[in-house]
Design a protein around this ligand. Structure first.
Ligand SMILES: [Zn+2]
Ligand SMILES: [Zn+2]
Length: 220
């Protein structure tokens, strides 16, 4: 991407927070593919704007206004993804990149019109929760296919950033809401063997780590 903006940094901090218990400057640098110097410069600016709290050697956190900004961008992103799939006929592996660009540019009115047109959706095509207008968002778990014991599971969401993974999942019929049964992991860190209706699908460990699941029978 071009030089990441304030909004890109705020979203990156939010995303890292979801995946890890604490957020370091290094985490942000690797996520945005920028130098440590660029991150520390931007962190100063974000603190001046009162979007971020950062005491040296402690986790970087969003202030309430930073969190509000993150929710606004995430809402744009996920509503746009849904709109691109449902209204414009994009496939689900194409929309993340488009939404990354568009999310910074749409007006509140445009956002509201998509929201209404889509019937006030709560999930993007990848299963990620869409924050409401007030910035409330459903919580997500970090449980993946790679961390669960064998048993019946429901796919809750999948990583939206890996287009090849999304094409693979689509070809196998695996979407948020799909019921699967994890049978076993093949020996020596091999594929996760999954039953999907009456078919057996083998999912590589790197892919399994990007498929978030919940035990079957639990909704949320
Ligand atoms: Zn996305
Ligand atoms: Zn998405």
């Amino acid at each position: 991407m071009a030089t990441p903006s304030v909004e890109d940094y705020i979203k990156a901090i939010y995303k890292v927070q979801l995946e890890a218990d604490s957020v370091s400057a290094q985490d942000i640098a690797s996520r945005l593919i920028v130098s440590a110097a660029a991150v520390s410069k931007m962190l100063k600016r974000l603190q001046e704007l009162r979007l971020v709290d950062h005491t040296p050697y402690q986790s970087i956190t969003l202030t309430p206004s930073g969190q509000k900004m993150a929710m606004e961008i995430v809402r744009h992103h996920r509503l746009l993804e849904l709109y691109l799939v449902e209204a414009l006929g994009y496939s689900w592996d194409e929309v993340h990149i488009e939404a990354e660009r568009l999310e910074h540019h749409i007006s509140e009115e445009f956002e509201q019109k998509i929201d209404t047109l889509m019937g006030h959706p709560t999930r993007c095509p990848h299963g990620d929760p869409i924050p409401d207008k007030d910035g409330n968002i459903a919580s997500v778990t970090r449980t993946t296919l790679a961390t669960e014991p064998p048993g019946r599971l429901v796919v809750s969401r999948v990583s939206d950033a890996d287009a090849a993974l999304l094409r693979f999942l689509k070809s196998e019929g695996v979407f948020p809401g799909t019921d699967i049964e994890l049978i076993e992991q093949e020996p020596f860190g091999g594929a996760f063997v999954v039953r999907l209706e009456d078919r057996i699908v083998r999912i590589a460990p790197d892919a399994a780590r990007q498929i978030f699941v919940e035990p079957a029978g639990v909704s949320g």
